[in-house]
Design a protein. Structure first.
Length: 294
């Protein structure tokens, strides 16, 4: 009897020790770009209004994921994405020579971002010491659309579209809440987006990277395609010429993947990083030498 008592005490102390060190702090992704080399704007007399970005979410995940800290973290990242995109899109407009106004603009930028999150094959398991947990795979896809509209002739508008998608599904193992009962020692579940259970660092990194890739590509492509306000002002006899983005105005982080909300569970490798770096190297400089991102 005494033997079992000591075993029980050992398990209890082990569980307590595990609970106290079960969290790791992982900061939110940094959406701030490098300060542009050239920041002076030209007073062209052309005005533009930037409407708040609309966010649409299309989610297909389990109730388990709905209550996970990763879901809480993603929601916070969406807020940061919207906030920083709106701030930096205003910077891009100023660098292009537009004066930002709230009423009676010459041009308007309207933006819509659709985010699709899919969890595949969630499998619930349990452990006597750590409680219930779920193993699954997660995919994330972003679709963006920016409308550049002639406010004096609203039917005259052009679109900038984007598709950014993870190169492979993310393998997840995350704790979930369980009913009081046989599982006496349960892993505490965090509700703070920067405080993750151990083992979620790598999934969080992959999720963060998808947000950053979409953010960078959106701003770089906007800068490379938004016409200069001074050119519009100097060519008032043919404004339609400048009321459009370049022909190559759609971009995709992984061109080989289609934007059909399907995710393939291919092994993780360094190809994600390489492709992202190749894209950034090709798009982070424009003809004026302004660098939006490192």
């Amino acid at each position: 009897m005494k033997k079992y008592f000591f075993i029980f005490i050992f398990l209890f102390l082990s569980a307590c020790s595990n609970t106290s060190s079960t969290f790791v702090n992982v900061s939110m992704p940094n959406f701030k770009p490098q300060t542009p080399i050239k920041t002076e704007s030209i007073d062209s007399g052309i005005t533009i209004a930037l409407e708040p970005i609309n966010i649409e979410q299309n989610n297909n995940y389990s109730d388990y994921f709905e209550n996970s800290v990763l879901k809480i973290r993603i929601e916070k990242e969406i807020e940061l994405l919207k906030e920083n995109l709106e701030e930096q899109m205003a910077t891009v407009a100023k660098l292009k020579g537009y004066k930002i106004v709230n009423s009676n603009p010459d041009y308007t930028l309207k933006s819509l971002i659709s985010i699709y999150i899919e969890e595949q094959n969630p499998q619930k398991s349990d452990s006597f010491v750590s409680g219930d947990y779920v193993k699954s795979n997660l995919g994330i896809q972003f679709q963006g659309k920016i409308n550049f509209i002639d406010s004096h002739n609203p039917q005259n508008s052009t679109d900038l579209t984007s598709n950014t998608k993870l190169n492979s599904l993310i393998a997840l193992t995350y704790p979930i809440k369980n009913d009081d009962g046989i599982n006496m020692f349960k892993t505490t579940i965090s509700t703070v987006p920067t405080q993750l259970n151990k083992g979620l660092e790598r999934p969080a990194f992959e999720i963060d990277r998808s947000f950053i890739a979409f953010y960078k590509n959106t701003l770089n492509t906007l800068y490379n395609n938004l016409p200069k306000a001074i050119d519009i002002a100097q060519s008032s006899n043919n404004p339609e010429k400048f009321n459009s983005f370049d022909n190559n105005s759609s971009f995709e982080e992984n061109p080989s993947q289609q934007s059909n909300h399907t995710f393939k569970n291919i092994p993780n490798d360094n190809s994600n990083v390489k492709k992202e770096n190749d894209i950034n190297n090709n798009t982070n400089k424009n003809q004026d030498g302004v660098i939006i991102f490192e």
